[in-house]
Design a protein around this ligand. Structure first.
Ligand code: URA
Length: 206
């Protein structure tokens, strides 16, 4: 596993805004979306291009086009909050859905739903904004590698050291996050964190 703490002042500013308990959901969604564009630029920096001719208004020239667009996998619900930016930057990519929630009593992942195209031999970008225990991420990564995904980039906004440590067993995995926070609390929330990312997007809870 390769770990990248995304060093960008604008990204850090946006995460600080997202942490504010009094930020209303409409603004939380807006900052999550803007931050996602920065993360999408970082996550796509190694994609392959091939030469392609293009006719400008003045002459024919050689440009480059992306090939082998990755499959994007937002983990429901929180992943939806950063999906749009990835789709905007990768308009030819397929989107797969995985619905997993954490059992609040045990923190164990509970699989509800999935709709995943053939990922065999393909690069996959998993969107999991809060990497907490790493339990959900581990379940998803094992599933996608079993489906023969060639390599996976897991994009998060805030990560706990415990979650990062749990993902170290995976090869062909790059984890990108903006902030590595201090710890998980007794209810498996990231501290200082920003609360429940899904609730902050779609409800008004923490
Ligand atoms: N999921 C969240 O949304 N927040 C946390 O702090 C941990 C997991």
């Amino acid at each position: 596993m390769e770990m990248i703490e995304f060093e960008h002042p604008v990204a850090r500013d946006f995460v600080t805004r997202l942490r504010r308990a009094d930020l209303p959901p409409v603004q939380f969604r807006a900052y999550a979306n803007r931050l996602a564009y920065l993360l999408a630029v970082e996550a796509t920096r190694d994609l392959h291009t091939v030469p392609a001719e293009v006719q400008t208004p003045l002459e024919n020239t050689l440009g480059e086009v992306l090939v082998n667009s990755p499959v994007i996998v937002p983990i429901l619900r929180a992943g939806l909050g950063i999906l749009e930016a990835f789709q905007d930057l990768l308009p030819d990519s397929q989107v797969a859905f995985i619905g997993i929630s954490r059992d609040e009593a045990t923190a164990k992942p509970v699989w509800h739903y999935s709709s995943i195209p053939d990922v065999s031999g393909r690069k996959v970008i998993v969107l999991d904004p809060m990497l907490a225990t790493g339990g959900t991420a581990t379940t998803v990564l094992k599933h996608l590698f079993k489906m023969k995904a060639s390599d996976i980039i897991l994009v998060s906004v805030v990560a706990a050291p415990e979650g990062i440590a749990k993902l170290e067993v995976f090869d062909n995995l790059r984890v990108i996050t903006v902030c590595v926070d201090r710890e998980l609390d007794s209810k498996w929330f990231i501290r200082p964190g920003l609360g429940d990312f899904g609730d902050r997007l779609y409800s008004d809870g923490i």
